[in-house]
Design a protein around this ligand. Structure first.
Ligand SMILES: *Cc1c(COP(=O)(O)O)cnc(C)c1O
Length: 377
């Protein structure tokens, strides 16, 4: 019976493993009966969205808007995004989260006989989207664990070398900063790579954590888009804007690529509250600055205290730190769960001795550090 149901499923889907998200707070409360749970597992913004966003959503719900379809073109949001980046709205595609964009790319450019290139230990959605299209994954080895500058980081010389051997590559994913490692690439290394990629290969630069980076590390996205028509940049409202629950992301690309993305996009892939929330969120850049400032100081504190405990961390420019315990991370993860702290195991990324911890509020981080000390004692 079950064989009949899977018989015609595509091979790529059958060998796929579903994405494992961070454990929701409810689930830990149900499983262990713990009331006061701290979730540091999905790189969410501990400040939540701007209060102005919450007020706008409440007012919209109180009005009679929910029966109407959203604006399928996202006109107002695109106007604001265009103004922020100094580019034309024809270069913008909205996604139901930026994951939506990554999937559109795979649907457009990947398939049997095509290959998609990305780094080892890169974002889990890249291999999933690739395999779902029955395309080949070219996984470029990461920098070695012993690399003095960027252990487990993307190796762009490795990308360039692998590209020469694989004329079937149609799409390249680069996460900068990368999740789950937190590692990053200096802008000149990315640009040097863009210069050697043939113009028919799309380079998707996933900048989900862009705002958290030091200013000097942020590329001049608008200039790059003009110079490299095969570049696509994706951004999200899920991280620094605190809107992960509403699902909004976007792509900046050449209008020709945007046109292709628009063809595979569901007509109403962003709901009306999400569109409204993103518009209002863009107007509150003070909230973004506050979130970045909190992250910068609390990330430094986590790095300092965890290092003082003798733990090894990967360098991070994101809103999380990734710790190598140099032994099985599972019992540590479990011990933290029992103390009401949810962090992210890295086993599915092939890093079973690592745990990834999102940067929370000062109080949340203090609770995590106390719990970790107790678990390791
Ligand atoms: C969180 C994250 C995203 C964003 O996902 P959304 O679908 O926008 O919520 C994209 N890329 C990376 C590398 C991420 O870590």
């Amino acid at each position: 019976m079950t064989t009949a149901l899977t018989q015609n499923a595509l091979a790529g889907i059958l060998s796929l493993e579903a994405y494992t998200p961070g454990m929701p707070i409810d689930e830990l409360q149900r499983r262990l009966g713990i009331k006061d749970v701290v979730k540091l597992a999905s790189n969410e913004n501990p400040l939540g969205p701007s209060p102005k966003v919450k007020a706008a959503i409440a007012a919209s719900v109180a009005g009679d808007n929910l029966a109407l379809y959203p604006d399928g073109s996202g006109f107002r949001l695109k106007q604001k995004i265009a103004a922020m980046h100094g580019i034309d709205t024809s270069c913008i595609t909205l996604g139901n989260g930026s994951n939506d964009i990554l999937e559109f790319l795979a649907r457009i450019y990947a398939g049997p006989g095509r290959a998609v290139m990305f780094s080892a230990y890169a974002f889990a959605v890249y291999p999933i989207a690739t395999q779902a299209q029955n395309a080949d994954a070219v996984v470029v080895p990461a920098r070695p664990a012993t690399d003095p500058v960027m252990p487990y980081g993307h190796d762009m010389a490795g990308f360039a070398a692998a590209l020469k051997k694989r004329p079937d590559v149609a799409l390249i994913f680069i996460a900068n900063p990368n999740n789950p490692t937190g590692t990053w690439l200096p802008p000149d290394e990315i640009e040097a790579f863009l210069k050697v990629v043939p113009p028919h290969i799309i380079v998707a630069l996933d900048e989900a954590y862009f705002e958290y980076q030091d200013a000097a590390l942020r590329p001049d996205t608008a200039r790059w888009l003009k110079t490299y028509p095969n570049l696509l940049v994706s951004r999200t409202f899920s991280k620094v804007y605190g809107l992960a629950g509403l699902r909004v992301g976007y792509a900046l690309s050449h209008p020709t690529v945007a046109d292709l993305l628009n063809r595979v996009r569901q007509p109403f892939n962003n709901n009306s509250l999400a569109l409204l929330a993103a518009e209002v969120a863009l107007d509150d850049q003070q909230h973004v600055a506050d979130a970045v400032a909190l992250n910068t100081s609390e990330r430094a504190r986590l790095v300092k205290e965890l290092s003082a405990m003798g733990l090894k961390l990967l360098p991070s420019q994101a809103n999380f730190v990734t710790i190598d315990f140099a032994r099985d991370g599972k019992p540590i993860h479990q011990g933290l769960l029992e103390k009401g702290i949810i962090v992210r195991p890295m086993t599915s990324y092939g890093l079973p001795t690592f745990l990834r911890v999102s940067v929370g509020t000062a109080a949340e981080n203090a609770r995590f550090l106390d719990a970790l000390r107790a678990v390791l004692a």
